[in-house]
Ligand binder design. Structure first.
Ligand SMILES: [Zn+2]
Length: 239
């Protein structure tokens, strides 16, 4: 253990065979953790907040959802989620690299790496932030014209601030809000090791949203807003 990120550790027995371990951090934003048994020993690793909260010193993994034979959702004009997600991801890569970040991709072409293969990219990149890009769709029982807008998703509560910062910025594109959703158990929001967010950019099943998702100028603007949201998260973490 280093004393750099961890301020204090203590435990209390809250019931028979139940211990609660409390770890106080030096920063308000938890940057990731890993809990596992190594033999009989429970190991808890807490990730240091990056030394410099500047995009120019961070590595960001970008994940374009689906790919290859996994097309994802389908728009009414035939737009495929996998293509839309890839196009937006590429704009986001340009944005982040333009601001000095190192960017690593989970897929670089129209293929569909397994979730584990994607996660291996995240781990081997020793990344600081993970962003997964998707497009949303309603089920068959819903009128596609009834539901539209952008949403951000997180699984672990500690990473909610990132998803809120991104949502707030993306809403500036004029997309409707579908909200911020937690405890989401899908795709690449499972890692606890680094802040991550999944963006359902817009509803590809909604005619108006689909037109926006197919407009490359709009996709570039949306990507810029996502990058602004990441920047806001860094600023917030620094406070
Ligand atoms: Zn998707």
């Amino acid at each position: 253990m280093t004393t750099k990120e961890i301020k204090n550790v203590y435990y209390t027995q809250i019931a028979k065979q139940q211990f609660r371990i409390t770890i106080e951090l030096n920063h308000k934003q938890l940057w990731g953790y890993d809990i596992r048994y190594r033999g009989n020993t429970l190991t808890i690793r807490v990730k240091h907040q990056p030394e410099r909260l500047k995009l120019s010193s961070l590595t960001i993994v970008l994940d374009a959802g689906h790919g290859g034979t996994n097309r994802g959702a389908l728009g009414s004009t035939g737009a495929l989620e996998k293509d839309v997600a890839f196009a937006i991801m590429k704009h986001l890569k340009t944005q982040l690299e333009g601001r000095g970040a190192k960017v690593v991709l989970t897929r670089t072409d129209d293929t569909n790496p397994s979730p584990l293969e994607r996660l291996k990219k995240v781990w081997s990149a020793d990344a600081d932030i993970l962003v997964s890009v998707h497009a949303n769709s309603v089920g068959l029982a819903t009128n596609p014209e009834d539901v539209q807008g952008t949403a951000t998703f997180y699984k672990h509560l500690c990473f909610r601030p990132l998803s809120l910062c991104v949502l707030k910025q993306v809403l500036k594109t004029g997309l409707a809000s579908f909200g911020n959703v937690g405890s989401f158990n899908f795709g690449l929001v499972s890692p606890t090791e680094l802040p991550n967010v999944l963006i359902e950019t817009a509803f590809i099943s909604h005619p108006e949203d689909e037109m926006k998702l197919l407009d490359d100028e709009f996709r570039a603007t949306l990507a810029k807003r996502v990058a602004d949201g990441i920047q806001d998260f860094l600023d917030l973490s620094e406070e």
